[in-house]
Design a protein. Structure first.
Length: 249
């Protein structure tokens, strides 16, 4: 399986605080790699570094064999990285289809030419439709995003990342705030997407994590405490101690 994402000695400091401290990991196509840890572990900071929202203080980030540390978010995205956020990041006044079409349009080399109507770009429309169908939102094509349920909005955000045809998915707590039924649908979606993408997943729902992840990395105080299969992580005494009385971020 192809290694699509690799970090080596990745570090991010804020003043004297090391939020991410020497993190090395790999994420391969066809395998879901989950990053878990208690509050303040540095999980979201890690994703911000990988997506370009933050520049690293030290270390390497390779996406599909290319060094990308320090590149801006739009350049990393164009290299094939899709990212979702802890808080839903969609256009509430747009329809589900319009949200996805806008995301797909960003991949066109002429995406900033506004004279030609976006509806006339067949490849853009097709990418948006495919993304909605993959995420189970095909029937919500014309629904205004503000009218969608919380779970559907989270699905829409994932659909928007898929509309950009990414090879690497960085998903930050995609199940946040979901009820049991919505979470079950999202787990099924993530499992399907993990078969064709390299996925780095930050998630607080441990049932979901252990259901879909092939590899888990546990972070504590910005460092990697342990990394391995779900069975290895469950049996790790240090991991059990780190989680004792701690809530995930």
């Amino acid at each position: 399986m192809e290694t699509a994402l690799r970090t080596q000695g990745l570090r991010k400091t804020f003043g004297g605080l090391a939020a991410v401290d020497g993190v090395s990991l790999e994420c391969r196509v066809g395998r879901v790699h989950a990053v878990i840890g208690p509050n303040g572990a540095g999980k979201t900071t890690l994703i911000n570094l990988l997506s370009g929202d933050l520049a690293p203080s030290a270390g390497r980030i390779e996406i599909l064999g290319r060094e990308v540390a320090g590149l801006p978010p739009h350049r990393i995205s164009q290299l094939g990285v899709g990212r979702s956020y802890q808080r839903t990041n969609i256009f509430m006044s747009f329809t589900a289809f319009e949200n996805c079409r806008l995301a797909a349009q960003s991949r066109l080399p002429i995406s900033m030419r506004f004279i030609r109507p976006a509806s006339r770009y067949a490849e853009v429309n097709q990418a948006a439709e495919r993304a909605l169908d993959l995420c189970g939102l095909g029937s919500q094509h014309g629904t205004i995003a503000a009218a969608l349920s919380h779970g559907e909005r989270r699905q829409l955000e994932v659909a928007m990342t898929l509309a950009t045809s990414p090879r690497v998915l960085l998903l930050d707590e995609p199940l946040a705030g979901m009820g049991a039924e919505e979470a079950e649908r999202m787990v099924g979606l993530l499992r399907r997407l993990g078969e064709a993408h390299a996925m780095l997943l930050v998630e607080h729902d441990m049932d979901a994590v252990f259901a879909i992840a092939a590899t888990l990395t546990v972070m504590v105080d910005g460092r990697v405490l342990a990394s391995g299969t779900p069975a290895e992580i469950r049996a790790n005494a240090q991991v059990q101690e780190a989680y004792l009385g701690a809530a995930d971020e």
